[in-house]
Design a protein around this ligand. Structure first.
Ligand code: 1HN
Length: 366
């Protein structure tokens, strides 16, 4: 009889009989879909994030000509919906994902070409590196797209694009497609085949209603999760960044992220929070020669050089940056920037998601 004074002899773990029974147990686990934690814990719970996505840089000088070739060869229409070509992370083979949560793409519209209306739960934005002539029609409101502008299409808003000009136009699309796909949150609906208005106003209705600094329409008070302002214009972004650097030069404290580094976040005027619920969007300006601190964060991000040039260093590896280049920064990758001449960059990340879940961690070193 087993008693406290008389415990059973421990099994002989190394005996052939024991090993055979163990192998049988693992086979039987497997046949009903059971996985023991003791063989998987290290991969499931590493001491710190170990992204499969890798740091990666795409050259605009390669992206743009390839997008233009698809403009000559591939029509835009119902079904495919968009001539958008995503930038897939080499660490995530088989998926057109830039990071595990973010989708970045180059979209290209020929002169006089339309992309039909649809809506989806995925949120989207367009950032315009160069060019103009396209209006994106968001729930019937035509929004001009021009150099340096950020245009929003929050989730479940109908949107179509039309190029009313005689020149092609290409831009950067950002969407939360991987996040929505991998968590089974996606819905999609076609809209009218023809974009519902041909109007090309200078300012969209959303800008007329929400585009006054600090002015909220009393008829529309109250927090909304997504920004009701669909366009953030370069003239305002540029002026804000210029003012931050000038004020710092004048000795005003608290205007810069760090010496020589100005930045603005595109925010929802009804909350002061991020303009979109799933993606943070910002514009950064580094004064000539500025080197940023090295940071790493559990948010993954994508950066596009808007103007100027310099260097990005990702986990110790430096790469030069030129006009239009796109950089993927996976979670927990050590990241810093150095401006050659002045450097302006647009960036988006999944930070709002992980901030809301109290998972976001950021470390800043020297
Ligand atoms: C979409 O609606 C756009 O509206 C771009 O420009 C890319 C990729 C997948 C699904 C929908 C756009 C997209 C997309």
């Amino acid at each position: 009889m087993t008693t406290l004074e008389n415990p059973p002899a421990p099994p002989d773990f190394d005996s052939p009989g024991h090993q055979a029974k163990l192998a049988e147990l693992y086979r039987d686990f497997d046949s009903v879909g059971m996985t023991p934690l003791w063989t998987t814990r290290e991969g499931l719970m590493p001491p710190e994030p170990q992204p499969r996505a890798v740091p990666h840089l795409w050259r605009w000088a390669q992206l743009y000509p390839l997008a233009a070739r698809s403009g000559a060869l591939v029509p835009v229409g119902r079904g495919g919906e968009r001539r958008a070509i995503s930038l897939g992370n080499p660490g995530l083979p088989g998926d057109p994902y830039t990071t595990p949560t973010l989708w970045a793409a180059i979209q290209y519209l020929n002169p006089r070409e339309d992309a039909p209306e649809h809506r989806h739960s995925q949120s989207a934005f367009r950032f315009v590196l160069e060019g103009e002539g396209v209006w994106t029609v968001v729930d019937g409101d035509p929004v001009a797209m021009r150099r340096g502008d950020l245009l929003l299409t929050p989730g479940w808003h109908f949107h179509g694009h039309q190029n009313v000009s005689d020149t092609p136009m290409a831009w950067l699309d950002g969407l939360d497609i991987p996040l929505v796909a991998e968590t089974d949150q996606g819905f999609f609906e076609f809209g009218p085949d023809e974009v519902r208005t041909r109007r090309t106003p200078e300012r969209s209705n959303s800008e007329r209603l929400w585009g006054g600094p600090g002015l909220t329409p009393v008829a529309a008070l109250g927090a909304r999760p997504q920004s009701p302002l669909m366009a953030y214009r370069w003239v305002h972004t540029d002026a804000a960044l210029t003012a931050q650097l000038e004020l710092a030069d004048d000795g005003v404290a608290g205007t810069l992220v760090e010496p020589g580094h100005a930045a603005v976040r595109f925010t929802n005027p009804t909350t002061g929070g991020d303009a979109l619920t799933t993606m943070r969007t910002e514009m950064h300006r580094l004064a000539t020669g500025t080197r940023t601190r090295r940071t790493r964060t559990t948010a993954s991000s994508v950066w596009q050089v808007f103007s100027g040039g310099g260097t990005v260093t990702l986990d110790g590896e430096a790469r030069t940056l030129e006009h239009g280049d796109v950089v993927a920064v996976p979670a927990w990758t050590e990241f810093s920037l150095q401006a050659g001449d002045a450097l302006d960059l647009f960036t988006f990340s999944d930070a709002p998601v992980f901030e809301k879940l109290s998972l976001l961690r950021t470390e800043v070193s020297a």
